[in-house]
Design a protein around this ligand. Structure first.
Ligand SMILES: C[S@@+](CC[C@H](N)C(=O)[O-])C[C@H]1O[C@@H](n2cnc3c(N)ncnc32)[C@H](O)[C@@H]1O
Length: 475
């Protein structure tokens, strides 16, 4: 029988960290999740579904009753893991680009101090190991440290100091002074570039395990977006703005837009492997092509022509189930969100692996005059709005922001952004893992998670150093 190390997962989200720890392999040790604490309803429902309802404390970690419940139920905990919310430290978003007022508001955001509650809980439970995760942006986060000089210190260094003052070693093995590691999930077999900070602290007085990349230039080849290539095609519903504003930008390029769109549907039809979906795509293409032939040579753009075309397309997508059909129940979360026609044309026209900064840059080999002319945003402020993934590279970082829009996560071939199920697989969640809540809740839980495959590697490193220390320290 394997000895079990008991884990408390704080700020547990949809359970990426826990899932990876439960997957960790070792000949005579394993992890068990004792409790997972989470405030959000949908994420707590996901946790209940995977860990069991009795394992989940749904509530605010800063609340004294919640803390009491944690202390009462986690007396003999061995490991505390967690990643307090990171919005205010994020390298993207208002923390960097917002107005002065927004930045001021973020500075005083109570989420800035959630890590203190994490440390308070650690100090109370005194687990053997602590694993703290956060965004790379935390490295640039400084706070006043008081003292005569009122020095500003990095929050991450402060957290390490705090842990050390409570009896934890944070020093990383084979180094003189490193106390945390910046790990890229792609280096550990996750098909996604995702850099995050990890502190792995322990009360055994030993060095923290250093995690050496297993994938990349000096290891196995990177896993890539090709990991989702087997999934059935999804075609999005196309929205028609009543004010025409989404369509307006393509009116001058009406014929070109339609022909790009039709060519894309034809290519997808020819390639599709799933029999039922291929049959549906063939019928859709055939009927849509008739309508296309009627309107394609009209010299001037007429809104009605285009809106009739889109309406027919939407009916056909629905009739042939091309946003819903699949072979198993888990594909329920493999459904595209709705897009407007302008975005769809940009998706289709962008080269695989390229983005809007490149297609608008005359010096880039991806420069595209047509896409440049239809780009709808203020290019002096936002040039990198659209990013198209590539089959043969890891994806860019899957973000919770996908709940707002997915324009940085355009499918390599299909005229849409990634579905929650595709994001789940690129985050290395198991293919039979299900997320609760609506589509936006799912994107948020997935984008927030520690990729289970990376969490598994971290978990295993802990099991190995613990096992070794038992022999050397005769625990
Ligand atoms: C970055 S996510 C954690 C993701 C998680 N580690 C995983 O691997 O899936 C942070 C989570 O903390 C939760 N949260 C935020 N404030 C909280 C609070 N005061 N108490 C409990 N949970 C909180 C959020 O709802 C969010 O799900």
């Amino acid at each position: 029988m394997k000895k079990t190390l008991k884990v408390l997962d704080l700020f547990a989200g949809g359970g990426g960290f826990s899932t990876g720890f439960l997957q960790a392999n070792h000949p005579n040790l394993k992890f068990e999740i004792t409790k997972a604490v989470e405030i959000n309803q949908a994420a707590s429902d996901t946790l209940r579904g995977h860990l069991g309802p009795e394992k989940v404390i749904q509530g605010d970690i800063t609340n004294s009753n919640v803390k009491k419940e944690i202390f009462q139920s986690c007396g003999d905990i061995d490991v505390v893991i967690g990643g307090p919310p990171c919005q205010t430290f994020s390298l993207a978003g208002p923390a960097r680009s917002g107005t002065k007022e927004m930045r001021e508001k973020l500075k005083n955001d109570p989420r800035n101090t959630l890590y203190k509650h994490f440390i308070e809980i650690v100090d109370n439970l005194k687990p053997i190991f602590v694993v703290f995760e956060n965004v790379e942006g935390m490295l640039s986060k400084k706070v006043d440290h008081g003292g005569i000089e009122n020095k500003q210190v990095q929050v991450i260094e402060l957290i390490c100091d705090e842990l050390e003052s409570k009896g934890y070693s944070t020093k990383v093995e084979k180094s003189l002074s490193e106390r945390f590691q910046v790990l890229n999930a792609a280096d550990f077999g996750v098909p996604q570039h995702r850099k995050r900070i990890f502190i792995i602290a322990n009360r055994l007085g030993i060095d923290s395990p250093r995690l050496e990349p297993t994938h990349g230039p000096e290891g196995c080849p990177y896993k890539t977006v090709g990991e989702i290539q087997h999934l059935p095609v999804r075609l999005p519903k196309i929205s028609i703005s009543k004010k025409l504003k989404n369509i307006d930008v393509i009116t001058d390029n009406y014929n070109k837009s339609l022909s790009l769109f039709m060519r894309n549907i034809k290519e997808l039809t020819d390639k599709e492997n799933h029999f039922v979906i291929r049959q549906g795509l063939k019928k859709l293409y055939h009927k849509l092509n008739k309508e296309y032939n009627l309107i394609k040579d009209k010299k001037t753009y007429k809104f009605n022509n285009l809106s009739n075309f889109i309406e027919l397309y939407n009916e056909l997508v629905k009739e042939y189930g091309i946003n819903t059909l699949g072979e198993n129940q888990f594909l329920a979360n493999h459904q595209s969100r709705e897009h407007n026609f302008r975005d769809i044309i940009i998706f289709v026209g962008t080269k695989q692996g390229s983005n809007s900064s490149r297609f608008m840059n005359r010096d880039s080999e991806d420069y595209n005059e047509f896409l440049d002319s239809v780009y709808p945003y203020d290019r002096s402020k936002h040039r990198d709005t659209y990013v198209k993934q590539s089959w043969n590279k890891p994806s860019n970082t899957i973000l919770a922001h996908m709940e707002k829009d997915g324009l940085k996560f355009i499918h390599p071939e299909q005229p849409r952004t990634l579905t929650p199920y595709e994001a789940q697989l690129l985050q290395s969640f198991p293919s039979d893992f299900t997320f609760c809540g609506g589509r936006n809740d799912q994107y948020r839980q997935i984008g927030n998670a520690v990729p289970p495959k990376l969490a598994k590697v971290i978990g295993e490193s802990i099991l190995y150093v613990y096992d070794k220390s038992k022999t050397t320290l005769s625990l």
